[in-house]
Design a protein. Sequence first.
Length: 408
Amino acid sequence: MKFGGTSVANLERMRVAASYVKEEVDRGNEVIVIVSAMAGETNKLVETVNSVSPYFDAREYDAVVSSGENVTAGILALILQDMRIPARSWQGWQVPITTTSSHSSAQIMDIATDNLNAKFQEGLKVAVVAGFQGISQENRTTTLGRGGSDLTAVAFAAKFDCERCDIFTDVDGIYTADPRIVFKARKLNRIAYDEMLELASLGAKVLQTRSVQMAMAHQVPVYVRSSFSRKPGTLVCNEDEKMENRTISGIAHSRDEAKISIISVADRPGVAATIFGALSDKGINVDMIVQNISESGRTDITFSCPIEHAPIAKKSLLDAKKDNLANFKDIVLDLEVCKVSVVGIGMRSQSGVAAKMFAILANEGINIKVISTSEIKISVLVDRKYMELAVQALHDKFELHANRITPK
Ligand code: ADP
Ligand code: ASP
Ligand code: MG
């Protein structure tokens, strides 16, 4: 059972969380509970680190930002003990959860089971584990990337062969679009791992992308539900026939994107490799890429990346030019864009989705700046000021509020 930030936001919410845990214990289950920091706490810690130095030591950043989870783990264990439930807390290093050393985006390498299992054997009913953190081979605390408690939860479920992984959050499941933007968004009873993976990686932060990858790889059934209501949630699982009947399952958006155009680069073998090599050396997460038709041996290349990567991207391109690795005329940054995507496994067998999507956006007077597609998604970059309008129009015209969805 994993409780996100809003589900452990204060003592009152933690008592509610504890009551959900108690229900499972009363059913005779042993429970591993993964907790996030209290809502807003991790952001505050990040701000504090940034205020000390924007060029921080990543190891100390992790030491600080992982601390919010330690507090909630201890307090929830105390609340459970107060309810006469045998419970204790574990921090990442105590389990231990061993990870790679890539601070702030570490990967889980292993989770030891001995310590927890020994305590369960002695009669422990609930192990409360601080999410989002682990320990590197250098014996330093690491964090798993924002939203990383989801990953901790799925990884524990896989490692301990748990019956289920329940993710308690502030919405009662996965919707056809972010319910905070689309009022008419509909809750899905089930969603395929593939679709959830696309939705998450395209901006639907209800589950961290890597947690969905892990769930898919280890076949962990993930049940997303609310700690604020008793309504049934959404099961993330393998696809079934019913799911294939719907062309589109959801709309995702990602607000803070940047579009970078490199003007007039030589159109010959090796140029793109040099440019994107320079970007990847700096760890820039390049997303969509388009290259224009070449005129007189020169062309323009446009790509998108998260907005916070844009300044470093520009600098690394200018450095590459200075070192005579890449020759281009100019770089143009557009920091006012966002990405809107439609996702659905039914797209594999249905044509016409792209045409319909572009027509809907055109009808709203929204200009498309960059397009990218995969087997089960179409993404476009549009001006940020149109984000809500684009998401709502697509949701409406693809009739996602209704139960059966077929493109006209
Ligand atoms: P937690 O703190 O519990 O981990 P998050 O804030 O990370 O919660 O994720 C829950 C949020 O995800 C919701 O409040 C909702 O605004 C957002 N969200 C985005 N897309 C979707 C979607 N398709 N379905 C449900 N929630 C979504
Ligand atoms: N507290 C961490 C964050 O805010 C991890 C999480 O909540 O999943 O990113
Ligand atoms: Mg989250």
